[in-house]
Design a protein around this ligand. Structure first.
Ligand code: GLC
Ligand code: CA
Length: 601
């Protein structure tokens, strides 16, 4: 292990590769905190988080120093996919409270100068939505059926699915109605429906890219488009500051729904392992993008142009954020062209391996491609769909299937290594210009629950793959607020809808507030500095002397030098630098492995 010693000259910034942004709309440099309502805080003691729970903990978010909150769905829903199966887009599920609770939460957030972004799920509804119930009761070819993707089956009797698409949660993407569900086939005799269906095709099939309880809507239908514009207005009128758009790359399907034999899973499969492979893609791709005739079709952009104009009618800066698993980044940038959405999650960054060269590439390409369309770049390391970065980075193999949950029978992460790297990765992320997303609990350094018993699992992807995929429950475990209290203070009782791992007691919020060196205090300090130094709107220049380093990522933003050491040997810092915040302790003036520091050179 040779120590690298840096001089002050080594830290000089090269030519800027990203220019400072004029201060503009709030979302351009916002740090946005994701609340997953069922696991954030429980107000009434039933073991499931709720909106009064969020309201009661708003001071935690204010104290942390974030600018905005994105809430995962709280709409009326049978909760087959934790609320991403919406039965009524204009009401709150009783599990989470009432519209009055929502208004109170929104008011509490606005009083604290926190913006609120809600989740919009337009690709599919719940099968309990009144529209789907109407479609079931109506005949093939009817207007009610046309709001969804109903088709006759293939084969003479129609008993083969209309195409070979697979659901992202596993199994076929088509479900056939039972004869009793399909009024046109009740007697087994095919009545003439006037719909032009030839032969006795039997009950129809409907498309669901996710669970069979989540039928895909037909975005070629003007009624569907009008309805979602009305839903946008409903929440804009209530005062929300923006929408996170679920599966934003999936709403329009290729005409004719052609067969597709490629990979459809959202977060599994081809995500790369750490490598210094010179052949790693120069466009920053990691394999996180979905492809096929059901994704990233050119027709989706027209929808976002119309939504852009709806938002523009409202006062203040309201925003649309795309959840689009699209690669390369130049394709993703199309979602945030000036008249479309405002931001898109950067999944190429989330899935990048812990490797200096690969990280420099994805950061550089992200800035270039988003700059080209005038949109802020976003950064994200964790969310409710992937293994938390404190666990991911503790795995010998980062990426692959383990993004979609870790089971007790899988190799277990090294918790200390994972946390150390997670803190280093976060400090690098928060030093980047643009907008950053923080998933609830990462400010506490929480790992996943990586050994949940099968009996408590709830993610439909676990069931649809017969347990082959552990699913995403491990990153959705209720938060610990008070270490050692019943349920670690999740709510007023000891109930938690998923069990917490033992490690959560020591990581509880109350054990970290004001504790020097805690993960919470590292986040809080970094966010305070980020705001004071205007890092979010800063320009970025690579530190030239280290631009080819296999071990160190180094850049300068708004006068702050961010240095991350991913190599095996410590990096000795010059004597006269001013350390602003560090993800771990320096040892004899050197930056140890898996540590990031912010400096003023
Ligand atoms: C998005 C959500 C995920 C959900 C899926 C279907 O990817 O983030 O949680 O299961 O869409 O709505
Ligand atoms: Ca509750």
């Amino acid at each position: 292990m040779t120590r690298t010693a840096l001089t002050a000259d080594d830290l000089a910034a090269g030519a800027p590769v990203h220019s400072p942004a004029a201060s503009g709309e709030w979302w351009r440099d916002a740090v946005i905190y994701q609340v997953y309502p069922r696991s954030f805080a429980d107000g009434n003691g039933d073991g499931i988080g709720d909106l009064p729970g969020v309201t009661a903990r708003l001071d935690h978010l204010k104290g942390l120093g974030v600018d905005a909150v994105w809430l995962s769905p709280f709409y009326r829903s049978p909760q087959k996919d934790a609320g991403y199966d919406v039965a009524d887009y204009r009401d709150i599920d009783p599990l989470f409270g009432t519209l009055a609770d929502f208004d109170e939460m929104l008011e509490g957030a606005h009083e604290r100068d926190l913006k609120i972004i809600v989740d919009l799920v337009p690709n599919h509804s719940s099968d309990q939505h009144v529209w789907f119930q109407e479609a079931l009761a109506a005949a093939p070819g009817s207007a009610a059926r046309d709001r969804y993707m109903f088709r006759d089956g293939r084969g003479p009797a129609g008993d083969e699915p209309p195409n070979n698409w697979q659901s992202i949660f596993g199994g076929p993407a088509w479900t056939r109605l039972a004869p009793g569900d399909d009024p046109s086939t009740g007697s087994g005799q095919r009545p003439s429906t006037g719909s032009g269906r030839g032969g006795d095709k039997g009950p129809q099939w409907y498309l669901h890219m996710f669970d069979s309880s989540q039928p895909d809507l037909n975005w070629d239908n003007p009624e569907v488009r009008a309805e979602f514009e009305a839903v946008l207005r409903f929440w804009l009128d209530r005062g929300v500051d923006g929408f996170r758009v679920d599966v934003a790359h999936g709403m329009v399907k290729a005409p004719g729904l052609p067969d597709w034999s490629g990979e459809v899973s959202m977060v599994e499969g081809t995500v790369d392992e750490p490598t210094t492979d010179p052949g790693a893609p120069e466009d920053g791709s990691t394999g996180a993008g979905n492809s096929g005739p059901m994704f990233d079709q050119d027709g989706v952009h027209e929808i976002y142009r119309s939504w852009h104009s709806v938002l523009a009618e409202y006062p203040g800066d309201r925003c649309l954020v795309a959840e689009a698993w699209v690669e390369p980044l130049s394709r993703l940038a199309r979602y945030v062209r000036p008249d479309e959405m405002h931001q898109a999650f950067n999944f190429s960054f989330l899935t990048a391996p812990w490797d200096a060269a690969r990280l420099r590439t994805v950061v550089g390409v992200s800035l270039d491609t988003m700059d080209a369309v005038g949109a802020p770049t976003t950064w994200v390391l964790s969310n409710h769909d992937v293994v938390r970065h404190a666990s991911r980075f503790g795995l010998a193999e980062i990426g692959g299937r383990q993004l979609n949950g870790i089971a007790a029978t899988d190799p277990q992460p090294d918790a200390a290594l994972g946390l150390r790297r997670a803190r280093a990765a976060t400090l690098m992320m928060l030093g980047l210009p643009g907008s950053a997303y923080v998933y609830q609990g990462e400010e506490l350094g929480l790992p996943d629950h990586t050994a949940l018993p099968a009996e408590v699992r709830q993610d439909p992807s676990f069931f649809r793959t017969d347990g082959a995929e552990p699913g995403r429950d491990g990153c959705r475990v209720p938060l610990p607020w008070v270490g050692g209290a019943p349920g670690n203070g999740f709510g007023p009782t000891d109930k938690t809808w998923l069990p917490q791992p033992d490690a959560y007691a020591d990581l509880a919020a109350d054990r970290q507030y004001g504790v020097a060196g805690s993960t919470y205090e590292m986040y809080r300090t970094a966010l305070e500095l980020r705001r004071a130094e205007k890092i979010g709107t800063g320009g970025l220049a690579w530190v030239d002397a280290l631009a080819g380093s296999p071990d160190v990522v180094a850049f300068q933003v708004a006068g702050v030098v961010v240095l991350a050491n991913l190599g095996g040997a410590p990096v000795v810092l010059p004597d006269d630098v001013d350390v602003l915040v560090a993800s771990g302790e320096l040892v004899d003036g050197a930056l140890p492995t898996d540590t990031t520091v912010w400096l003023r050179a």
